[in-house]
Design a protein around this ligand. Structure first.
Ligand SMILES: NC(=O)c1ccc[n+]([C@@H]2O[C@H](COP(=O)([O-])OP(=O)(O)OC[C@H]3O[C@@H](n4cnc5c(N)ncnc54)[C@H](OP(=O)(O)O)[C@@H]3O)[C@@H](O)[C@H]2O)c1
Length: 339
């Protein structure tokens, strides 16, 4: 049941370093009504992702910056509650870019159907959504792994990294992940089948890599940047391929972004570095989703969701994402499928 109120989280103040509770403000408006060609959607799950920190910057990025008062950007899984379009009917589950809010009336074509046969609907913003597609195409299209390659992936227990490592194993790579706690390190080895893990907070990353991969790293999927990347760059081999997926260690740093600092290692090893965005491969996403859904059903691919209950808890959960408090794909559960 609803009291007719739509709650939304906006960016109240632009953060200069780590976001805090003061960064966010909750607004309340009346639930809108869908007009001709629109659907009214109710949020079930909100996806919290590191890129949202980038939207809070003024700096030029690949998408427009948020302005104070704007609803925080983001994708949700939602249910259609009113339809004024033949594209969706009431009760359909969809994925939509409505930001951090409970309800929205949007053009029907901006809501994408979520196929429940592929997996639980929450996976539509997780392993079978943007993070899963990032892993699939960053690994297969950018890094192009070969059997026997040593693959290193950073933020390895997270939404993207956990999938990268498992896909690497399916392709016959020797997979090393870096993560920020012993619990996360145990998980990627014991549960996900990685060959080895390095706790970047307590271990000497470069020395561990030299021990685990004495012939060097063939492919590196970089989610983190900074000190972790520096250590991997010290352990390259001839023709290492490097995919820059993200640099989360730098996202709260407006002024002093650092590293990799040893680019000469690329010269010595004739290495290749390529940045990419998940949307570069959008036309092939459906193929990858179908393939990954099958692997999940066959038990070849596992995923972990970190579900925070309650719309009001989104800011705290997001702040935690930027310091490693999440363990798995971070979602906020906003309402039940049946209202
Ligand atoms: N290129 C693209 O199209 C694309 C698409 C999606 C995501 N990305 C990028 O992929 C990366 C991973 O995203 P995700 O959604 O999978 O997030 P995630 O890994 O589920 O969560 C973020 C993780 O990053 C780690 N982290 C946070 N601060 C760190 C720091 N200072 N140093 C090292 N690690 C830190 C934390 O794990 P620990 O506990 O291990 O530190 C945290 O749990 C991000 O950089 C994101 O921007 C890029």
């Amino acid at each position: 049941m609803t009291d007719g109120t739509n709650r939304a989280w906006t960016m109240a103040v632009r953060p200069e370093a780590e976001p805090s509770a003061e960064t966010f403000a909750m607004t309340e408006t009346a639930i809108p009504t869908a007009k001709h060609g629109e659907v009214l959607v109710r949020t079930l799950y909100m996806s919290l992702d590191p890129y949202m920190r980038g939207r809070m910057r003024v700096a030029k990025t690949y998408a427009a910056s948020l302005q104070p008062g704007d609803v925080i950007t983001g994708e949700v899984i939602a249910v259609v509650e009113q339809s004024e379009s033949p594209i969706h009917k009431v009760g359909d589950t969809v994925r939509a870019n409505i930001g951090w809010q409970e309800w929205a009336a949007i053009p029907a074509h901006e809501a994408t159907p979520v196929n429940p046969d592929l997996g639980p609907v929450s996976t539509g913003v997780g392993i079978l959504g943007m993070p899963g597609m990032t892993a699939f195409f960053g690994l297969n299209a950018v890094l192009m792994p070969k059997t026997g390659d040593t693959l290193v992936v950073s933020a390895a227990s997270g939404a993207v990294g956990a999938i990268v490592g498992q896909l690497g194993k399916l392709q016959g790579c020797f997979v090393i992940g870096t993560a920020g706690s012993n619990e996360k390190c145990r998980y990627i080895v014991d549960e996900l089948g990685f060959d080895a893990a390095i706790n970047y907070k307590t271990q000497d990353i470069s020395a561990e890599l030299a021990r685990l991969a004495p012939d060097g790293v063939n492919i590196f999927f970089d989610n983190v940047g900074g000190a972790v990347s520096d250590a991997v760059f010290e352990n390259l081999t001839l023709h290492t391929r490097i995919a820059i997926c993200g640099q989360i260690s730098q996202y709260n740093d407006e002024e002093t972004a650092q590293g990799p600092r040893n680019l000469m290692m690329l010269t010595r090893n004739r290495a290749t570095v390529q940045g990419f965005l998940v949307y570069d491969y959008e036309l092939d996403h459906d193929m990858a989703k179908a393939r990954m859904s099958n692997w999940i059903k066959e038990g070849k691919l596992k995923y972990k969701e970190d579900v925070v209950d309650g719309f009001e808890n989104a800011p705290e959960a997001f702040i935690g994402l930027l310091t490693g408090k999440n363990f798995g794909k971070l979602l906020v559960k906003v309402s039940e499928e049946i209202a």
